[in-house]
Ligand binder design. Structure first.
Ligand code: UDP
Length: 236
């Protein structure tokens, strides 16, 4: 399958049309941003890790009965995905306190919750992706009530599957962000990526951070963290 015209360039990916109107090609870059684009940099090899890891995780979800937008990996950085219309919500699931949760609610990082939490941000760069609840999402016409319920159920299901999978690799899944899209027939599927850019991971034994927090917080060893996650997922 060939890339045709570029439809979109985001912070970490480009999206291209293909000869099939129902399929797009996503191309992963090494560019990294944090804090709504205020911090910029590159993480060498990140695009390859995120492409391959995200595709692998999408296939695990499919095997566990969660449909996704994944179609086929073309090469190290490029993947064919189903065309979706993105629901403009960032859906965040948390198993352990970290990041904005710890900051907003004045608690330390690393507290394991009795059960996972869910929250939504309105995907809108001009507004800085503000936190919203599901009533607001419905009021703004971002999704129907049924879609919002499906998104909640699917997000928790994705968490159950991924949490168990990462545990088997000696990795704790602290939190992650999902985006959902509508296929042509209206089916809701997880779209976008699932990678160290969009998840927080740490080693179960050493608590070492293995994700983009190393970039956000200038901890060093950013490439090593991405490579370590790649090694564990692909048994390298
Ligand atoms: N996240 C993301 N994109 C965003 C915001 C958050 O992928 O624009 C992910 C982030 O990597 C983490 C989870 O969502 O795994 C929760 O992030 P949080 O709300 O704590 O915000 P942050 O501290 O990253 O600003």
């Amino acid at each position: 399958m060939e890339k045709l015209n570029q439809l979109y360039e985001g912070k970490a990916k480009k999206v291209f049309a293909t000869e099939d109107p129902d399929l797009y090609i996503v191309s992963y870059k090494d560019d990294a941003t944090a804090f709504n684009g205020l911090k910029k940099g590159t993480i060498s090899g990140k695009g390859v890790v995120n492409n391959k890891m995200s595709n692998f995780l999408m296939q695990i979800l499919e095997k566990n009965g969660v449909p996704t937008h994944y179609v086929e990996e073309l090469n190290d950085r490029e993947t064919v995905v189903k065309k979706v219309s993105i629901v403009p919500l960032e859906v965040i699931i948390r198993n352990v306190s970290a990041g904005s949760f710890a900051k907003n609610y004045g608690v330390e990082e690393g507290i394991t919750f009795p059960e996972p939490t869910i929250e939504f941000s309105y995907k809108n760069d001009d507004l800085g992706d503000p936190l919203i609840n599901s009533y607001h999402a419905f009021a703004l016409g971002l999704a129907t009530k049924e879609e919002i319920q499906t998104i909640k159920d699917m997000a928790f299901r994705v968490n159950d599957v991924l949490k168990e999978y990462f545990k088997s690799l000696g990795v704790r899944l602290i939190d992650f962000k999902l985006e959902f899209g509508r296929l042509g027939d209206g089916t809701i599927v997880p779209a976008d990526e699932i990678s160290p850019d969009t998840c927080r991971f740490c080693d179960i034994n050493t608590n070492e951070k293995l994700d983009k927090d190393r970039f956000r917080r200038d901890l060093g060893g950013v490439e090593d963290a991405y490579n370590e996650m790649m090694k564990r997922v692909f048994n390298l």
